[in-house]
Design a protein around this ligand. Sequence first.
Ligand code: ATP
Length: 368
Amino acid sequence: MNSENQGAYLEVENLVKWFGDDPAVDNISFGIPKGAFLTLLGPSGCGKTTTLMSVAGLHSIDSGRIRVGDVVYTSPKEGIFLPPEKRDIGMVFQSYAIWPHMTVTQNVAYPLEIRKVPQSEIDDRVADVLALVGLTDMAEKMATQLSGGQQQRASLARAIVAQPRLLLFDEPLSNLDLKLREQMRVELKRIQNEVGITSIYVTHDQSEALVMSDEIIVMSKGHIEQRGGPLEIYSRPVNEYVSNFIGVANLIKGRVVKVTEPGRGTVKITDHGKDIQVTCNLGPGISEGSDAVLSVRPENVHAERENGNGTSLEGEVLQAIFLGSHVDCRVQWGDFEWKVIAHPRARLKQGEKVYLRLDPEHTLAVQP
Ligand code: ATP
């Protein structure tokens, strides 16, 4: 047993799944507390869906162990493979997967009918769950008469009506247009919170992950790069990959000159052929003399007209786009283009000389 996951409600231990000569998932482990919402985030092909399908039992695994509560779902070593229909899981997919020849009520009632729940209880539970997802008025419509967003609400209702042990989501919002997607993120999270069913959510959309998750696992090439809460992943990425994948970051190669105290130090970068030293936080695995990448979010770079303390980086405004609450700027500095968020009051203009001051509390040296 993985000691850090002791007490977890769902536990995935050393999961390995090969397709042909390549591992799609290469020895990953994680646990989820009961009721939590965990997102698997990463680019196409990183192994998110394979992990989800392994939990669902929709394919076998090569090695590892998956347990939910005190039930072992899969463990090849122990000869255990619980069939999907016995895992008590609700699933919501990208394709709405609701049955077109049935009404909304019939679709949502189905999981209760196959469990032989008495009809009066089915009626009550379907009514409750349709109210929860905002489809009460659509109850007697045929599924095909619903819009994409409504169909997705219906599939969510069908997934939660039997109060399964787990909810699995595979990119459920990616067929919806942006506005609806943004609205559904918040709504889906509210509903999950209300029903309290432990959930795994798969997406390649970092903003979806940040908005919805209690915790995020960032994956690449079948591995876990980092696990943490949305704020932690955003503000303390452990490496260049995570920093680049989540949000927008300025990433500049450098070398650690000095560790001044645990987690703090200076990194040397080169400005117009001249070495300059930047005070910053140091991420895990960063030590004196090591190569590092400085990661600075655009909101933590301040473009100023004066070189206040003489340590700012001199650049030229390439572009300044006014967006109401802020100005999106690009600033040329040697060969590097900084992304900077400025206040509209600064009135930065294209072609203007500016000095970039990096906020040392929010400048982080991470592993390349
Ligand atoms: P996507 O968002 O594109 O689905 P993903 O992160 O969910 O990506 P997976 O679908 O888990 O990634 O795929 C991981 C790797 O396994 C990929 O290289 C993929 O090509 C491969 N793979 C997945 N399913 C199969 C399969 N049924 N047969 C062969 N290879 C597969």
